[in-house]
Design a protein around this ligand. Structure first.
Ligand code: UD1
Length: 361
């Protein structure tokens, strides 16, 4: 077994999407060991992406599955360390802010293997949110910080004068641009008719932890003046089903199993309105020109709000204010905003350039 130049580590659905372009770009500058932690394992959440995006299967599967934060992160840390010791890559590339990101980065740093953090420099005000803890920890120990935006660059410049900082843009845009020409029509992607429809996704722990709030959000979505398609993350579905029969929203909300990446983009592109708590969907709506209401009190992707593509609404206000916010956002934004806040779609090549610099040093 030869020693790889780079271990590329990922584990959740959005990371598999981003890893698809990163892996190709990194393979141009060195040998790549692709490590999937298995944080997401359901077919719709993960495996379907391999088919849709033509992603090569990972070289190593850590198969950690679900668990509490400590249990899941610890399993990733232990299993990643084993692989990193055995294969001894010269650099480790991690993406974003999940438990997979922090587990793999920490295992590498403790072994003195330089870490490259893709999507560095994002911050939320809630310092104890799981993702915020993860991204701050990884930004603190990475040797190369690849940022998606000017604001993120400024932040890590102030924090990390000892690190290499590269403003690469967002690899999620690279992937989107590469698949955009082959997106299906909305009606082929989900149960939508010829008229206007809304597209919603809800999965964050902060929302699912309060079941009555989650139910109130679905009631508010069902009260909008257009039908809404809502694929359910497994955890969101489980929380709802424990609380109330899903038939409560029959006829107003089309509740689906998780849809594929291409279907999600197609539904976003055709939507009159997007309602989400996902960072990925916020940016996809921004790039595809769909007005978005984000059910959070803050966002790491604040440029989308500043440019008029996105409106923040705290979930606890959704019951009373969603209809008005949705109306305001549909009137306010006609999709004519500048779409380049996170680069122009060459982020993976720029990340690879930074990694090449690290390997050459
Ligand atoms: C994780 C990330 C989140 C990211 C999201 C992307 C962390 C702390 N959170 O959230 O930042 O936005 O991925 O999708 O890493 N489950 C399944 N099947 C699966 C995976 C999960 O049923 O394949 C269920 C399990 O009940 C599990 C729950 O979903 O306990 C939560 O999964 P987990 O991986 O802990 O976090 P996500 O909410 O998916």
């Amino acid at each position: 077994m030869s020693r790889p130049d780079i271990a590329l580590c990922y584990g959740t659905r959005p990371q598999v999407i981003k890893a698809s372009v990163l892996r190709r770009a990194l393979a141009r500058i060195g040998s790549v060991l692709a490590v999937d932690t298995g944080q997401h394992y359901d077919y719709e959440l993960n495996a379907l992406l391999y088919t849709q995006l033509g992603v090569e299967p990972a070289d190593v599967l850590l198969e950690v599955g679900s668990g509490g934060h400590a249990e899941q992160t610890a399993a990733i840390l232990v299993r990643a360390e084993r692989v990193l010791v055995e294969r001894a890559p010269r650099a480790v590339v991690v993406i974003g802010d999940t438990n997979s990101t922090v587990g793999c980065a920490l295992a590498a740093a403790k072994l003195r293997i330089p870490v490259v953090h893709v999507e560095a420099g994002l911050r939320a005000a809630d310092a104890l949110m799981a993702e915020e803890l993860n991204r701050r920890l990884v930004d603190a120990i990475a040797q190369v910080l690849c940022t998606p935006s000017a604001r993120a660059t400024g932040r890590v410049r102030a924090e990390r004068c000892d690190a290499v900082i590269a403003q690469t843009g967002d690899v999620a845009r690279d992937v989107l641009l590469s698949v955009e020409p082959r997106l299906p029509a909305p009606a082929e992607a989900g149960p939508v008719g010829p008229g206007p429809y809304g597209y919603a996704t809800l999965h964050r722990a902060e929302l699912t932890a309060v079941p009555e709030r989650l139910v109130a959000v679905l009631d508010a979505l069902a009260g909008l003046d257009l039908p809404v398609v809502l694929p359910l993350h497994p955890r969101t579905r489980a929380v709802l089903e424990a609380r109330t029969p899903l038939t409560r929203w029959a006829g107003r909300l089309a509740l689906l199993p998780p849809v594929g990446y291409l279907e999600s983009l197609a539904l976003t592109r055709g939507a009159e309105l997007v309602v989400t708590d996902s960072g990925g969907v916020q940016r996809e709506a921004y790039w595809l020109g769909a007005p978005c209401v984000t059910l959070r009190s803050e966002t790491e992707w604040i440029e989308t709000v500043e440019l008029g593509a996105n409106l923040l609404l705290p979930p606890e206000a959704a019951a009373a204010e969603l209809a008005e916010a949705a109306e305001r956002q549909r009137r306010r934004s006609a999709g004519g905003w500048n779409r380049d806040a996170y680069g122009t779609g060459d982020a993976a090549a720029r990340v690879a350039d930074s990694v090449a610099g690290l390997l050459a040093a």
